[in-house]
Write a protein that binds this ligand. Structure first.
Ligand code: NAD
Ligand code: USQ
Length: 392
């Protein structure tokens, strides 16, 4: 299959590109490198050093004998998007290429607007290019479990059957996202669903939970094939952050009561889920949703698991929550569709956490404690936010 991976220089896009190449697909790798620009803007960097995309592709070619075609450009540039699809002629597109940090989107007005324009317009350009160039392309789009929020009822996989005043219909599950970033994913989902309905496009929306881990079978083949590992207060996700904090002797930063519960998955399962979606494409005109996570944990439980797996002493701190979110709530979300397609999850155990702690140990000299505190305040975007002029 010819697969175009959008956002292929990122945390998940790069190992996915490698994995799909390894599995015999012809892979095109698209990225604008704007993620590296956010690092410069915020003064942060990946714990694990990462090479330039072209260098990583060259190393992969030397090791595997397999090539990956790079396409450098911005999805917000429609000319670039249309040209890339015409040149590469994909059977499927895996779309990771968005600004993905909730805190970044909550820094101030400029970052919220940037996030929504970057994500929504890039996705729209893609949909129009698919409609014009090839309506058969299967779009596998990375969405997020955070689109649903934390309702006091069970979360379904995309759709819910509702009976209202005696009539019944199956409708999109209600969305209560928790940041302007998460809202951008809701807008994307609506735009994709509409495009499938009017143009007959095929799409799978992968509502993914929080990802943890840094190593995959392919990235482990050579240090220069590594993917990024963020631990800072803006781009670091919770379990990755806790592992780095433990190694650095920094108290684990549980925001508020710590009863926030989230669906989580190992980075290796991200690759497996994307592959399963590609192998089992949506039908013509079909817009389907898979909830892509394997287990759910409260933040407190995650902190306790890290403390338990770490050989040294770990302090678990309660930090004032910079976000507006429920800190104790009901959470039960369906996630059977990928299991039905054959997903065999890598569950979170001590060995997995130990391997993440080992990555953090290996690069402990690169840990910058000054970047750990959260720097975006949901309640007051003007207080601690970055200046709008520093946007990429
Ligand atoms: P990342 O920031 O590491 O990678 C995203 C990549 O997309 C970057 O390399 C960036 O340069 C590129 N990009 C962004 N906007 C672009 C544009 N307009 N044109 C071209 N390239 C662009 O993020 P990630 O953690 O790899 O996440 C990938 C996707 O998965 C995102 O859509 C994210 O919302 C989703 N997701 C991530 C997680 C997680 O825990 N990391 C969880 C659920 C969903
Ligand atoms: N949290 C802490 N302490 C920390 C960091 C986070 O308590 O040091 C809490 C947050 O308050 C939140 C939870 O942990 O309740 C998750 O935060 P996170 O930063 O790990 O994840 P989130 O902001 O939700 O975003 C990440 C990715 C995003 C993806 C989302 C999936 O950055 O791209 O969409 O996970 S989900 O959470 O299912 O929406």
């Amino acid at each position: 299959m010819r697969v175009l991976v959008l956002g292929a220089d990122g945390y998940l896009g790069w190992p996915t590109a490698l994995h799909l190449s390894h599995r015999g697909h012809a892979v095109g790798a698209v990225d604008s490198f704007v993620r590296r620009q956010y690092d410069y803007e915020l003064g942060v960097s990946s714990l694990v050093p990462i090479g330039q995309l072209h260098r990583r592709i060259k190393v992969w070619e030397e090791i595997s004998g397999l090539s990956i075609d790079p396409f450098v450009g911005d999805l917000n540039d429609p000319g670039f998007v249309f040209d890339t699809l015409r040149t590469f002629r994909p059977d499927a597109i895996v779309h990771f290429a968005e600004q993905r940090s909730a805190p970044y989107s909550m820094i101030d007005r400029a970052h919220a607007v940037y996030t929504q324009v970057n994500n929504v317009v890039g996705n729209l350009n893609l949909l129009f290019a698919m409609a014009e160039i090839d309506r058969n392309i299967h779009l596998v789009k990375l969405g997020t479990m955070g689109e649903y929020g934390t309702p006091n009822i069970d979360i379904e996989e995309g759709f819910i059957e509702i009976t209202h005043r005696g009539r019944t219909d199956t409708l999109p599950f209600p969305k209560q996202p928790g940041s302007y970033y998460h809202l951008s994913k809701v807008h994307d989902s609506n735009n994709i669903m509409f495009a499938c309905r009017i143009w007959g496009l095929r799409s799978t929306d992968l509502n993914q939970g929080v990802v943890y881990g840094q190593e995959t079978d392919e990235t482990l083949l050579h240090p220069e094939l590594a993917t990024r590992f963020d631990y800072d207060g803006v781009f670091g996700t919770v379990l990755n952050r806790f592992c780095v904090q433990a190694v650095a002797g920094h108290p684990l930063t549980v925001y508020g009561a710590g009863g926030q519960t989230r669906g989580m998955l190992n980075i290796r399962d991200t690759l497996a889920c994307v592959e399963l979606a590609l192998e089992n494409p949506a039908a013509e005109g079909e817009y389907r949703v898979f909830n892509q996570f394997t287990e759910s944990f409260s933040i407190r439980e995650l902190a306790e698991k890290v403390a338990d797996a770490f050989s040294g002493k770990v302090e678990i701190a309660t930090v004032p929550n910079p976000r507006v979110e429920k800190e104790e709530h009901y959470y039960r979300a369906a996630h059977t569709k990928l299991l039905d397609l054959g997903l065999i999850p890598h569950l979170l155990d001590r060995t997995t956490i130990a391997s993440m702690l080992a990555v953090a140990e290996r690069y402990r000299d690169r840990i910058d404690l000054g970047t750990i505190a959260p720097s975006a305040d949901w309640r007051d975007p003007s207080v601690r936010g970055q200046k709008a002029s520093s946007l990429p």
